[in-house]
Design a binder for this molecule. Structure first.
Ligand code: SF4
Length: 156
């Protein structure tokens, strides 16, 4: 799994000050995609054990609310299993931190997908659905188009 962006103090992707990780790999092909370079799963740098330790250390700060996973798509076929494992590790080591995840899949699709569904057990907030250019919106916080939904999986 590769990442193509990392922000240890991000204030725009989710509520609070967050650690944000942009993972490479996406097959949704949305018209008007804001980061086409992220579609290639080999773009960027590999997520190594060293990187994960840095992520955990950066997250373990009193002013950090949690971790945001974006992309690309964290649930791309090359990513979802490692992301599920990484979320479990975050929750085990830092249970007070919350996890947000953005994906082009819908909540309904994930619930029906036996491989991806375990992600719903380890995240707190899902921002779902493809970007639809015709529904592009500037007044839907944390979403690019109005079809996308913010789903609280757990009470924060
Ligand atoms: S899901 Fe996101 S990264 Fe993937 S094509 Fe759509 S807008 Fe681009």
């Amino acid at each position: 799994m590769n990442y193509c962006g990392y922000y240890p103090q991000d204030m725009v992707n989710g509520i609070g000050i967050r650690v944000s990780v942009f993972l490479s790999g996406c097959s949704h092909g949305c018209n008007g995609c804001f980061s086409p370079e992220s579609h290639n799963p080999t773009h960027g740098e590999p997520v190594t054990e060293e990187f994960i330790r840095k992520l955990l250390k950066d997250t373990d700060k009193h002013y950090i609310s949690g971790v945001s996973f974006l992309g690309g798509d964290p649930l791309h076929k090359r990513n979802y299993q490692e992301v599920i494992n990484l979320c479990r590790r975050i929750k085990q080591g830092l249970p007070e931190k919350n996890i947000w995840l953005w994906t082009g899949y819908t909540f309904a699709e994930i619930k029906e997908d036996v491989l991806r569904r375990p992600i719903l057990d380890v995240i707190d907030v899902l921002v779902d659905g493809k970007f639809v250019q015709e529904l592009k919106s500037t007044n839907t916080p944390f979403r690019g188009s109005s079809n996308q939904k913010i789903i609280k999986i757990k009470n924060l």
